[in-house]
Design a protein around this ligand. Structure first.
Ligand code: MN3
Length: 387
């Protein structure tokens, strides 16, 4: 079977790995018909020349002329900006849309893709965190499957193949523990962005690597799992699993636990989402169980990782509080990467922003965008006050 895909966010970590899978399998299996990137015009042009899609989109208007002059002569249509991403998400040639743009800009194209009847391979967890109820409602209405790319959620999705979701008793979300698993809280106060960016097992983008070090990543994943699998936040337990071999587990109502295992290589969940329900051999490296070492699971220290506590709170309250959590986190991580605030200040900034927000349930897309923008301003204000 052939899947015709459009990748929104093709120059990022997930996007380039998705193209690696397309390259390995060839156009008879994965045909790339659309590509979109926010700002990396040079790589977008290079990708478009290699994969010859029908249409590309560049987010930043300043790069439009450059991309257009490089690609239009090759018969490739060139779009621009947020409306261009929406068009790319609904282009008639594609039957599956990969959403791997950073953060909430993925929201509108995700909903557009579902409304136009396309299946969605979703890497941007922020989309589910901010608008999981809207995405799942639309998917149900259109009878569309959301195929998670996040490795834990891909694992859970695979564990649930052929199972009734109502029989889920508990989801074990595994966490590597990030770069600072063994540091004490007082040691965490002085860590730098460079130290936080050295992730022990996964190779990922900067934002998610910092989120992994604060464990906010796992918190966002709790909210993502809550929506994707229709469970309560209290049914999801985070367990530290330093080697990232077990990608997550489901315990069913009879007490049986099913786990999915593999090497920590994002290409495997990406490939699964591109080809689902098929499995094929893309010559990816194999996990050797005899070399994997002992599978260790440990309890997470919520006092040390305050971001995770904040996310658990947002998962419990729901509504716009999750939007605020996500927006404030993006601002705080940016400030930390720029050396403007300390590592422990990330949780402080997010906590303050959440405290000053009154959550409203089931927000519309407009409300989500408004709350998101307000929370960014508020987070920046709190951060500047504490510097
Ligand atoms: Mn993950």
């Amino acid at each position: 079977m052939q899947t015709r895909i459009s990748i929104l966010g093709s120059t990022g970590s997930i996007g380039t790995q998705a193209l690696d899978i397309a390259r390995r399998l060839g156009p008879e299996r994965v045909d790339v018909v659309g590509l979109g990137a926010q700002a990396n015009a040079d790589l977008l042009i290079e990708q478009a020349i290699e994969f010859a899609p029908e249409v590309v989109c560049i987010g930043e208007a300043g790069h439009y002329e450059k991309v257009k002059s490089a690609l239009e002569c090759r018969g490739i249509s060139v779009l621009c900006g947020a409306s261009g991403f929406d068009e790319l998400a609904t282009c008639p040639q594609a039957d599956r849309i990969v959403i791997s743009v950073a953060g909430t800009p993925g929201l509108s194209p995700t909903l557009s893709a579902i409304e136009s009847g396309k299946s969605v391979a979703l890497a941007s967890k922020e989309v589910m965190v901010a608008a999981g109820h809207l995405v799942m409602d639309a998917a149900r209405r259109k009878n569309i499957t959301i195929l998670p790319i996040d490795s834990e959620h891909s694992a859970i999705f695979q564990c649930l193949n052929g199972e009734d979701k109502r029989s889920i008793e508990k989801i074990y979300l595994t966490a590597s523990g990030g770069a600072f698993r063994d540091k004490t809280k007082s040691e965490l106060a002085g860590v730098t962005a460079a130290q936080a960016l050295a992730h022990p097992t996964w190779k990922m983008g900067k934002k998610v690597t910092i989120d992994s070090a604060t464990m906010m990543n796992k918190g966002l994943e709790i909210i993502e799992a809550k929506w994707l699998f229709g469970v309560g936040g209290d049914q999801i337990q985070v367990v530290i699993h330093p080697t990232s071999i077990v990608h997550s587990m489901v315990r069913f109502c009879d007490g049986s636990i099913i786990a999915q295992l593999g090497l920590p290589d994002m290409r495997l969940p990406i490939q699964y989402s591109l080809l689902y329900p098929e499995r094929v051999d893309a010559q990816l490296p194999r996990l050797d169980l005899l070399e994997a070492g002992p599978l260790v699971f440990e309890e997470v220290d919520l006092d040390k990782f305050e971001c995770l506590s904040l996310a658990i709170e947002a998962a419990r309250v729901g509504g716009t509080l999750a939007v605020v959590l996500n927006a404030a986190d993006e601002v705080a991580v940016r400030l930390f990467l720029d050396g403007k605030i300390g590592f422990l200040d990330i949780a402080k900034v997010i906590g303050r922003t959440m405290e000053n927000h009154t959550s409203s349930p089931d927000p519309s897309l407009e409300e989500i965008c408004a709350v998101d923008a307000e929370a960014r301003v508020a987070a920046l204000t709190y951060a500047q006050r504490s510097i």
